[in-house]
Design a protein around this ligand. Structure first.
Ligand code: AMP
Ligand code: TRP
Length: 346
């Protein structure tokens, strides 16, 4: 992939991210992405969307899809995303995403997509039976971002490669169509201890909604006793917590729990380690459970309240779609002009 030079992009700072509507959200989504959505909404115009076009790259029950979408919207709002500051909307309700994605399908190269590790992981042994959408998924993601000319994208570590592809597509489009600085070279926002939360059962596997063991993750809709019990049962080792981060790194499960504590508390990992150094998990786990329940319980409660009556969420989504289309519409129109399409309005 090509190295990107600093962008001569002159547009405003814009923040965007999306979360797939493919099932329940967990602590990894919350700490890796949603917490950052809340923080960044103070800094610039924000677009946070429900990625239902991405969700259907693998089979989704049509009877459940809209409910899953509202659940993600509820998670955003319950976590503190403010609909007056950020546009919250379903991806499928803004047709400009799919329209730009087609143009980008003709900009991106097969060789670039062949390197995407997430496709390899998700398609597994059955590549030929995967949907074509699953393969071209990162191209749609680039369109999601660039249709708003977003400059900053808060995501978990697993999305790094997709963000690099987005930068390559922007660069190639700008070069191919003689439009330097038309699309920004987007910066990922992936810092902090929450960027890669691991399974509670295996320190080498990412916390994920597709893990068959529900004990591997804390779901945003888990009740307080389930949260505490999952932390109590989390895999650890018999040693007390070490003094240094280097020593901690050699113990992935312990490292993960300290990272979760730090991310939940909004404190550096080193500071949390200094507080608990020398203590065993008999002391650390209850402290972590208490913090996790304190932080997560109000979010779950508020999600349940919002989901009980869809009118409030649907109002937010309608306003979000309007805000989104007002930005995406002109960007797609300009893009089509650059490509050379006939303009019916001219
Ligand atoms: P997804 O549910 O795959 O659409 O992911 C939504 C957001 O959560 C993305 O920004 C992911 O990078 C992030 N994410 C998912 N799993 C984790 C995890 N285990 N740790 C940190 N971030 C995660
Ligand atoms: N692929 C992302 C994920 O699985 C979701 C996503 C779709 C996204 N489009 C995006 C994230 C645009 C950031 C920006 O987590």
């Amino acid at each position: 992939m090509t190295e990107t030079a600093p962008a001569p992009y002159a547009g405003p700072k814009r923040i965007l991210s999306g979360v797939q509507t493919s099932g329940s959200l967990h602590l990894g989504n919350y700490l890796g992405a949603i917490v950052k959505f809340v923080r960044l909404q103070e800094e610039a115009e924000c677009f946070y969307f429900l990625a239902d076009l991405h969700a259907i790259t693998v089979w989704q029950d049509p009877a459940k899809l809209a409910g899953q979408m509202r659940e993600v919207a509820a998670a955003f709002i319950a976590s503190g995303v403010n609909p007056n500051k950020a546009a919250i909307f379903p991806q499928s309700a803004v047709p400009e995403h799919a329209e730009l994605a087609w143009i980008f399908n003709c900009v991106a190269r097969l060789g670039w997509l062949d390197r995407m590790t997430q496709f390899k992981e998700k398609s597994g042994q059955h590549k030929e039976r995967s949907s074509v959408g699953l393969y071209t998924y990162p191209v749609l993601q680039a369109a999601d971002i660039l249709v708003y000319k977003a400059t900053h994208v808060p995501v978990g570590e697993d999305q790094k490669q997709h963000l690099e592809l987005t930068r390559d597509i922007a660069q190639k489009f700008n070069n191919d169509f003689g439009a330097p600085g038309f699309f920004p070279i987007t910066e990922p926002v992936i810092e902090g201890p929450g960027a890669r939360i691991m399974s509670l059962r295996d320190g080498a596997a990412k916390m994920s909604k597709s893990d068959p063991s529900d004990n591997s993750r804390i779901n945003l809709l888990d009740e307080a006793d389930a949260i505490a019990q999952k932390i109590r049962k989390a895999k650890t080792d018999p040693e007390p917590l070490p003094e240094t981060l280097d020593e901690l790194k050699l113990r992935p499960e312990a490292d993960n729990l300290v990272g979760i504590y730090a991310a939940l508390a909004g404190r550096p990992k080193a500071e949390v380690l200094a507080q608990f150094t020398g203590q065993g998990f008999g002391a650390f786990k209850p402290a972590l459970a208490e913090l996790a329940v304190e932080r997560m319980r109000p979010i779950g409660d508020e999600m349940r309240r919002l989901m009980a009556d869809p009118t409030e969420i649907d109002k937010v989504l309608k306003a979000g779609v309007e805000k989104a289309r007002a930005v995406a519409g002109p960007v797609v129109a300009e893009t089509k002009t650059l490509v050379g399409f006939w303009d019916a309005k001219a």
